[in-house]
Design a binder for this molecule. Structure first.
Ligand SMILES: *Cc1c(COP(=O)(O)O)cnc(C)c1O
Length: 365
């Protein structure tokens, strides 16, 4: 069996240990004589695992019982409308800090529900190449929340400080860098992430809401039942059938982070090393590879760069594939090359990729 050297942006690589464990337990999970996909979500076996996944999430995030941990469906994209539906009622407004494609997508939905103040780093040509500085972030204290995106998956930039927003609750889309490094939970009122980049398979979206912010959500009666945070919090994310298998793989991945990796400090060290190796290969290529993002805004998760021409980029993707290196084509909206080096990607994979980059450059410069 040959495993691919997988730099997919999402769904993305899952730790081999997690896949093996799932394989081992596929036919008889937890002594039930069934796979986890076949048991009732109302069974005590399932519920114990569901609660364990919440506990593991809390442990990694450093979140206490004042945080509601929800497992929702519809992807991070559904949070783009659920947040304003639950919070922008009765003429309330919000502030959106837009640093890339997904922040823009969040604004598109939120606009339907209320007035927005927008702080953006979009360039005149529609690209994004940097994170704003603190002095650019002016938040009206009348805002109900501030929304930000911690890592810009498509443009390849990432916040390396957390913004001061006064007393306004901070909401963060962490889909593409959650648990890649420690973060101070107490800076935030809500965080959310689709699981399929750093935490497991698609199908489950993690939503963590701190009690004080949760209490501001509008009443469940005013919303479709499934779109109210209150419905899911009051029913421990078991109001309807949850994505059981995705939650199971999520739990195995969280355990892997806690036990095999040894926590987020260790994970951050490994991720810094991977990013350092890749950016060094770009910066030392005499301009053959060009990273468009400002250096202090570069992402440690999605390393984005360009070659001289789109044809050369196409050839790069093709030759990479011939070397078992897959998933390196940039997003369809931007072109270029993107290596997504989420938690499950090993340092060895990055070294192999860099060796390939050097060979390619020698051959084609
Ligand atoms: C991938 C991504 C999304 C969209 O996630 P879906 O789960 O596909 O809806 C949103 N935000 C960020 C930062 C992402 O990387």
């Amino acid at each position: 069996m040959k495993r691919a050297i997988n730099f997919n942006a999402g769904p993305a690589a899952i730790p081999l240990e997690v896949l093996k464990k799932a394989q081992e337990e596929m036919l008889d999970w937890n002594g039930t004589g069934m796979s986890v996909m076949e048991v009732s979500h109302r069974s005590k076996e399932y519920e114990a695992m569901h609660n364990e996944a919440q506990d593991n999430f809390r442990k990694l995030a450093g979140m206490g019982p004042e945080w509601k941990i929800l497992f929702l469906t519809g992807g991070a994209s559904s949070q783009f409308f659920m947040i304003p539906m639950n919070y922008l009622y009765g003429g309330r407004k919000a502030t959106y800090i837009v640093t890339g494609h997904w922040g823009k997508a969040a604004v598109k939905e939120a606009k339907r529900f209320g007035a927005l103040d927008i702080i953006t780093t979009e360039n005149a040509d529609g690209t994004f190449t940097r994170i704003p500085r603190q002095e650019e972030i002016k938040v009206d204290p009348a805002s109900t929340y501030v929304h930000m995106t911690s890592n810009n998956t498509i443009f390849g930039s990432q916040w390396h400080y957390w913004p001061e927003v006064g007393k306004v609750p901070l909401v963060c889309d962490m889909s593409s860098d959650i648990f890649s490094r420690p973060f101070p939970a107490d800076k935030f009122s809500m965080i959310y992430a689709g699981a399929q980049k750093n935490l497991g398979p698609s199908g489950v979206t993690l939503v963590a809401i701190r009690e004080d912010f949760y209490n501001l959500a509008q009443s469940a009666d005013a919303l479709p039942t499934m779109l109210s945070y209150r419905t899911h919090a009051e029913n421990n994310s078991l109001y309807n059938t949850p994505p059981c298998f995705s939650i199971y793989i999520l739990n195995l991945t969280l355990k892997w982070l806690l036990e095999t990796v040894g926590g987020l400090e260790n994970m951050a060290r490994i991720n810094e090393e991977k990013a350092r190796i890749l950016y060094q290969a770009i910066d030392n290529s005499d301009g053959f590879y060009r990273g468009p993002v400002e250096k202090d805004s570069r992402s440690q998760m999605n390393v984005v760069f360009r070659l001289k021409t789109p044809e050369m980029e196409e050839l790069f993707v093709k030759e990479a594939k011939a070397n078992n290196i897959i998933g390196v084509k940039g997003h369809r909206s931007t072109g270029g090359i993107r290596f997504s080096i989420y938690n499950a990607n090993l340092v060895e994979n990055v070294r192999t990729a860099v060796d390939f980059m050097e060979d390619f450059r020698r051959k084609h410069s």
